[in-house]
Design a protein around this ligand. Structure first.
Ligand code: GAF
Length: 384
């Protein structure tokens, strides 16, 4: 939905025009999965799909929230009643951001909000981070908080970890807040230092397809948290602050030290090799060798499937069908247990590959996937 429509609906709901309209995108992660809570490297880029919010300030301690995407009236919350774990609806994301801002000492005295998002939900494309970041950016602007983008991302992560209760890392919020059009974001999640890496697929005769398997996932469920706890156990057993500190050329020695801790061995191997894959992709892209990143993406999928064990039959089917049809590389993207896969292909093969994936899903009697092309798009910004 465009800025004007969102502003118009805001006016109908609240009786006056909004003070402004902001947008924040979802993301796909090119490479670097589950590395973010291990202080490692990630490389997402922003999707053209975005959450759009019309927002005005209030000074009476009320937060009023409405979404075009969810049936229901305006939700009215008292700021002094916002508490972690108190809300299990979609409103927890924007409310969590207001809570996190206030808890960090920022003076936010209320807001009226109307939201509309085109980021598919439960598809591993960061629909929740888009909601959080758009609210954080709007309130930062309106209340003149002067926060840097990385600070907004940190506050949004806190909202998600503490208020919503999902133990996620910092990648999605940083991607939504910091990505730029035409680039992938090379992010070091230890200190949030970042480099924008040019990623112009069309110029290279390439396309990147996103295949939403329609298998819904959730990070507040136990499996994500179990992987995170397993990684932390690995770091503790190895005596490092985070698995980021295990060098790629020291991997075999580290695994030997873990002995018969079979599950931890698999998790550690994924994280250490995945960090290395991010560095390899950065090197290839920086050298203008975009065509060559495909096999690295595919290796990443095998590692997530066999070592991290977070793939599912639908994601594996996308990858296998794409590779059999001549894709340059393919992998699941995002948190896993469903959600989306990405397929890197020559532009000329994209339609045939899409058709084969759809046919393979039909033959397996899976729900039809949703396939679209991803182009590296803008991060969060003010629209009006
Ligand atoms: C989800 C989380 F929100 C991210 O922090 C990240 O861990 C990702 O899964 C896996 O790379 O999107």
């Amino acid at each position: 939905m465009g800025a004007q429509q969102v502003a118009q609906r805001f006016t109908e709901l609240y009786g006056t025009a909004p003070e402004g309209v902001w947008a924040a995108p979802g993301r796909v992660n090119l490479i670097g999965e589950h590395t973010d809570y291990n202080d490692g490297f990630v490389m997402p880029f922003a999707l053209p799909h975005q959450a759009v919010a019309a927002v005005s300030r209030r000074d009476d301690g009320l937060l009023r929230l409405h979404s075009a995407d969810v049936a229901g009236d305006v939700a009215e919350l008292r700021l002094d009643g916002l508490a972690p774990g108190s809300d299990s609806a979609w409103t927890a994301y924007p409310a969590g951001v207001v809570w996190a801002l206030r808890e960090a000492g920022h003076e936010v005295t209320g807001a009226d909000v109307h939201l509309s998002s085109t980021v598919p939900t439960g598809a591993g494309l960061s629909s929740s981070a888009a909601l959080e970041v758009v609210i954080a950016l709007a309130l930062d602007d309106l209340y003149g908080l002067g926060l840097q983008r990385w600070q907004l991302a940190r506050l949004c992560q806190r909202a998600e970890n503490v208020y919503v209760g999902a133990p996620t890392g910092i990648m999605d919020q940083t991607a939504s807040a910091c990505c730029t059009s035409g680039h992938a974001l090379f992010l070091d999640t230890r200190d949030l230092s970042q480099r924008q890496i040019p990623f112009d697929l069309a110029a290279e005769g390439l396309r990147l397809l996103v295949v939403d398997t329609q298998v819904k996932h959730a990070h507040s469920g136990g499996e994500y948290g179990k992987r995170r706890a397993g990684c932390e156990k690995g770091a503790a057993l190895l005596g490092v602050d985070a698995l980021r500190d295990v060098p790629h050329d020291g991997l075999e020695a580290a695994l030997a030290r873990l002995g018969d801790e079979e599950e931890v061995v698999r998790l550690v191997r994924h994280i250490v090799t995945e960090n290395h894959r991010v560095e390899r992709v950065v090197d290839l892209l920086s050298a203008g060798r975009t065509h060559e990143i495909g096999p690295v993406l595919t290796e990443g999928h095998a590692s997530l499937r066999d070592d991290f064990r977070i793939s599912c039959p639908e994601l594996d089917l996308v990858v296998d069908t794409a590779l059999a049809g001549g894709a340059l590389g393919a992998r699941m993207t995002g948190g896993g247990f469903g959600g989306s896969a990405i397929v890197l292909t020559r532009a000329t093969d994209a339609d045939t590959l899409t058709k084969s994936i759809e046919e393979a899903f039909a033959a397996a009697a899976f729900t039809p996937p949703r396939v679209f092309e991803a182009t590296p798009s803008a991060g969060a910004h003010r629209l009006t």
